[in-house]
Design a protein around this ligand. Structure first.
Ligand SMILES: Cc1cc2nc3c(=O)[nH]c(=O)nc-3n(C[C@H](O)[C@H](O)[C@H](O)COP(=O)(O)OP(=O)(O)OC[C@H]3O[C@@H](n4cnc5c(N)ncnc54)[C@H](O)[C@@H]3O)c2cc1C
Length: 343
């Protein structure tokens, strides 16, 4: 018989979030299977306790106290089907460390997620904001997501079209109390080709003396690029990009460009994607420190915790940044890391 999930009371989450914000959960529960998740959802409801899901805490701003049950997946299984000549379908447990999966695939010569190397976090959180980097995003390979629907307590399979994936967005992000993701199924290709169009990739491959004709070459190059570009949360606690790059209409971009000719913009299907980092930098925030929080000196999009602060100080800084960008450019920035919501 399967063991029941273990409930830990008064759990310290400071090591469980990459911003290293002080936080304590009333309860923490580890779930190894979808059935265990169902049991936790049911028991929380029966005990009238609110529930919230935590992965590796790399995209959250935690409050000092969570009066909830914090559910954490420890399903670390990666299971591949026998495969066809051109592709392999892989089932990934929600608790798998994302970068472990990227290496697992690259070691087998499988294409599709190699440019998503070195993104922190768990596989279970990857669909929430449809993780993306260097020209790839999760939606490109995701076939379906297995999740427990919290209202009914049932295990459901959502096909890709039902997941509502968008730029750093999905149905799971829009319905934060709706689902607990328990596994993903990805289709990886045996015969892919490298995505090289992002600045810096070709030069990094050349620097490493790699061609890029196997997925592991791409993993090595992307890992090196990312290590150079973003502060390491181990030495400077952060949650990666704190704001999404806003997308505006072409007319709006022309208006902005007239006033700010250097403002970078990339044409995307929905309009023109602006650089949030550029705007924040122009407002003078890069490198600024306020108490225990600040904006990374090396990257205006990364908010950092120097120590001694809590989530409210970080969110107040984020609010002030948003206000100054709105006042100077008339553009609204949307926060990327989520603040726990429970029910
Ligand atoms: C240095 C750094 C660089 C980063 N670079 C990138 C990047 O290039 N691209 C990118 O897209 N992101 C990036 N991120 C953000 C982050 O890595 C991703 O969002 C990642 O998917 C978060 O995973 P996690 O397990 O840490 O999720 P958490 O931070 O624990 O949770 C994030 C959200 O997902 C929810 N959630 C987590 N697990 C589940 C589940 N099983 N079911 C339902 N909801 C769940 C949580 O409730 C929360 O709302 C970066 C972060 C850091 C710190």
């Amino acid at each position: 018989m399967m063991d029941a999930p273990r409930w830990c009371e008064e759990f310290d989450l400071v090591e469980g979030n990459t911003l290293r914000l002080p936080s304590r959960a009333r309860w923490l529960v580890h779930a190894a299977t979808a059935q265990q998740v169902v049991a936790v959802v049911d028991e929380s409801r029966a005990r009238n306790l609110e529930l919230w899901v935590l992965g590796e805490g790399s995209n959250v701003v935690l409050p000092p106290r969570l009066e909830t049950v914090v559910l954490h997946s420890i399903d670390e299984r990666i299971e591949a089907d026998a495969g066809r000549h051109d592709c392999v379908d892989v089932r990934v447990g929600a608790g798998v460390h994302w970068d472990r999966l990227v290496h697992w695939a690259a070691e087998r010569g499988l294409w599709g997620i190699e440019n998503l190397a070195y993104i922190p976090g768990s596989a279970g959180a990857a669909p929430v904001q449809n993780i993306g980097a260097y020209g790839q995003e999760l939606a490109g390979t995701c076939l379906r997501v297995e999740a427990v629907e919290r209202s009914s307590g049932r295990i459901q399979t959502l096909e890709r079209d039902e997941c509502g994936f968008g730029y750093r967005d999905s149905r799971f992000r829009r319905e934060p109390t709706g689902w607990v993701i328990t596994a993903l199924e990805l289709r990886l290709s045996r015969a892919g080709c490298p995505v090289l169009d992002y600045p810096g990739i070709a030069a990094t491959l050349a620097e490493l003396n790699l061609v890029g004709d196997v997925p592991m070459d791409m993993v090595r190059a992307i890992t090196m690029l990312r290590r150079r570009k973003l502060p390491d949360p181990q030495s400077l606690p952060n949650a990666g990009s704190f704001f999404k790059n806003p997308v505006v209409s072409e007319a709006e971009f022309r208006r902005l460009h007239a006033d700010h000719p250097e403002l970078p913009g990339t044409v995307v299907p929905e309009g023109v994607k602006l650089s949030a980092a550029w705007m924040i930098d122009r407002c003078g925030w890069r490198g600024l420190r306020r108490g225990g929080v600040g904006v990374a000196p090396s990257h205006a999009l990364v908010l950092v915790h120097y120590g001694g602060a809590d989530g409210s100080e970080l969110l107040a800084l984020a609010d002030d940044i948003r206000t100054s960008v709105r006042q100077r450019f008339g553009v609204e920035l949307e926060q990327e890391p989520l603040v726990p919501q429970s029910r």
